[in-house]
Design a protein. Structure first.
Length: 292
């Protein structure tokens, strides 16, 4: 990545009452970073998130930012409440990388973390070795016909499709095994005229022993043309690929420009989404944006 840049964002007018330090900088963390431990493989930067630990609840994000913002506070029952917003300040219903980064930030601050909640959705948390895991209720995926409008956005046709989460949920499009998902163009904003669903593109990886599947995530109608590493998409794929006869533990590479390595596993009544969380500096975002 070359010389590290050290320019910092300014937060003198940060509007939230902060929890841990009388005068802290909000923390920049990256979720789903690292590599699959295979020689020669690409090292993923992961998905950046600014995490702020608060003494009290908030309802709105701060000023415009260039990546995901997450605010969190501890309730009297010790559950950590989390809110996240996109780069366009739109609230996120369930933000996988934001939840992972938030839980790790509280853990590093010396707090015990076992339970979080986001928009009424209960989320469990575990840390194992160098991986952080969030446990969420599973989501049902239902096979469906490939929509007739798909060729408008993807010249290479998928061969299977499934729907999850309703009209504003997710559309899974599966390409044949070995297909290079990086060849897919990023759909433009016109996608909103066709569907309210975010698109999860996926394919099997039969060549890399450390990976099971690849994915990309597109949601231009929700202000995210393409996401870097998407925990909520991995939640959907955990169910989708288990229905397609893969095992209940997946290793996935999200082949966005910056990249992400994600894991999933089914345990009891929860789908667990895991990955590495690394610490960044706000100057790193200059480098990150030049890649992503």
């Amino acid at each position: 990545m070359g010389q590290r840049k050290t320019a910092r964002l300014e937060f003198e007018s940060w509007p939230w009452r902060l929890a841990i330090n009388p005068d802290p900088q909000p923390q920049l963390l990256y979720a789903f970073a690292g590599s699959p431990q295979v020689p020669g493989e690409f090292v993923a930067l992961g998905n950046p998130c600014t995490v702020t630990l608060l003494l009290e609840s908030v309802e709105s994000p701060p000023a415009d930012v260039l990546h995901t913002q997450c605010a969190s506070w501890r309730r009297e029952d010790e559950v950590i409440e989390v809110l996240c917003w996109t780069v366009s300040s739109k609230p996120i219903s369930l933000c996988g990388h934001g939840l992972l980064c938030t839980a790790v930030a509280w853990l590093r601050a010396g707090y015990e973390v076992t339970s979080l909640e986001m928009n009424g959705i209960p989320v469990a948390f575990q840390a194992e070795d160098d991986l952080a895991w969030i446990g969420v209720p599973p989501i049902t995926t239902t096979p469906c016909a490939i929509p007739s409008w798909v060729p408008e956005f993807f010249p290479e046709s998928p061969w299977r499709a499934a729907s999850a989460g309703g009209d504003n949920g997710y559309l899974v499009l599966e390409w044949p095994s070995g297909f290079d998902l990086t060849l897919l163009p990023v759909p433009d904003y016109g996608l909103r005229r066709r569907t309210g669903q975010a698109i999860i593109a996926t394919t099997l990886d039969r060549y890399n022993p450390a990976l099971d599947v690849h994915l990309r995530y597109f949601a231009p109608q929700h202000g995210v043309p393409e996401d870097t590493a998407t925990g909520s998409a991995m939640r959907v794929l955990a169910t989708y690929w288990m229905n397609r006869e893969l095992n209940d533990g997946l290793h996935a590479f999200q082949c966005s420009e910056a990249g992400g390595f994600l894991r999933s596993r089914q345990r009891g009544e929860l789908t667990w989404i895991g990955g590495r969380v690394t610490t960044g500096e706000f100057g790193d975002l200059d480098v990150y944006r030049s890649i992503a």
